[in-house]
Design a protein around this ligand. Structure first.
Ligand code: SF4
Ligand SMILES: [Zn+2]
Length: 328
């Protein structure tokens, strides 16, 4: 680490978020951390956004420097919600040292904080103690723990994502978070490697249904083609296409619960996209739906006609699954 270079967050922005029917003004920060200990998911580029070869003390200094930028933004914008992304697991001490977590809690006391954590690192004692740190004297504040389950199907999560997490571990983590007084947010991944458009759609429909008893909030992420990933290799050889926006909208329109969705790279070749003509209109509607939760609006998008809709219908009906030999 060069001493003269001050560490700043990878990104920081302000905005609004819908949380359980309430619109909260928010600050979102992406912090560079010690990096994801799992480091294997087939679509993930975030795992590369990490410090390398720092001692724990150096990591604490580097992360605390980034928190100065966060502190300034919190005092400027006074957000009700602070979303902390660490490209990994907030409660893994190797990624985010306890001293850094404590500093974040003192900056965010009295506010709702969202952190991301692998399900297998959720620990009741840690989550409960942390949530208590966030409450102010009047009991204001709270903790949302976001878990990247990606799908309720164990085979898809294992073979097509390499997530290293079982549905059983997820449900146990959900119970711990709720017992600790936190809210559970679940990330779903729309169309990982090796599944067809139809399989991906069906997988999201059944995943939403399966996780309803265990989650308070759902965020569905259409898979995008990120650099230096296996998904990118498959995409380059013509073996992967990110989902159609039609499929994304269909899931949102038919879901029994409000689902937020922020298609990374939406409308572009590397992100969820349609034909290029209807993409912007659909993306705008999805963004609006994130905030207003108006399912009628999102249903009306499905009624819009565009030439690419026939293509999507055809793909949904005729695309064949990726074939791997069953024997060696
Ligand atoms: S998706 Fe999450 S758990 Fe998987 S490699 Fe990326 S940061 Fe790690
Ligand atoms: Zn179109």
């Amino acid at each position: 680490m060069k001493k003269e270079q001050k560490n700043t967050p990878i990104a920081l922005w302000t905005g609004s978020d819908r949380v359980l029917d309430e619109i909260l003004n928010s600050v979102t920060v992406i912090l560079r951390s010690g990096g994801c200990s799992w480091n294997r998911c087939l679509m993930c580029q975030y795992r590369h956004e990490r410090y390398h070869d720092l001692s724990t003390d150096e990591l604490i200094i580097a992360m605390n420097e980034q928190l100065e930028t966060l502190a300034a933004s919190i005092s400027e914008h006074n957000p009700s919600l602070v979303k902390i992304y660490t490209s990994g697991t907030f409660f893994d001490d190797l990624e985010v040292p306890p001293l850094v977590r404590e500093r974040i809690a003192s900056l965010c006391k009295g506010r709702v904080v969202t952190v991301e954590c692998r399900g297998d690192y959720v620990d009741y004692q840690k989550v409960s103690a942390y949530r208590n740190l966030l409450l102010d004297e009047s009991g204001k504040g709270g903790l949302i723990v976001a878990i990247g389950l990606e799908t309720s199907s164990d085979p898809i999560r294992e073979k097509c994502i390499d997530k290293g997490l079982s549905f059983e571990q997820y449900t146990a983590a959900s119970a711990d978070i709720r017992r600790a007084g936190g809210l559970v947010k679940t990330y779903l991944l729309f169309k990982p490697a090796y599944v067809t458009e139809r399989e991906a759609y069906d997988d999201m429909v059944s995943s939403v249904k399966d996780i309803l008893p265990y989650t308070d909030l759902i965020s569905m992420n259409p898979c995008s083609v990120q650099r230096h990933t296996l998904v990118e290799r498959l995409w380059r050889q013509g073996s992967y296409r990110p989902p159609y926006l039609w499929s994304v909208v269909k899931v949102l329109a038919e879901a029994p619960i409000h689902i937020t969705c922020d298609p990374l790279g939406g409308g572009q070749k590397r992100g969820a996209h349609n034909c290029g003509t209807c993409d912007k209109m659909i993306l705008d509607a999805i963004r609006e739906y994130n905030l207003n939760g108006d399912q009628e609006l999102i249903r009306s998008v499905l009624e819009i006609s565009c030439d690419c809709k026939k293509e999507w219908d055809f793909v949904m009906e005729h695309e064949k699954p990726y074939s791997m030999p069953l024997t060696g």
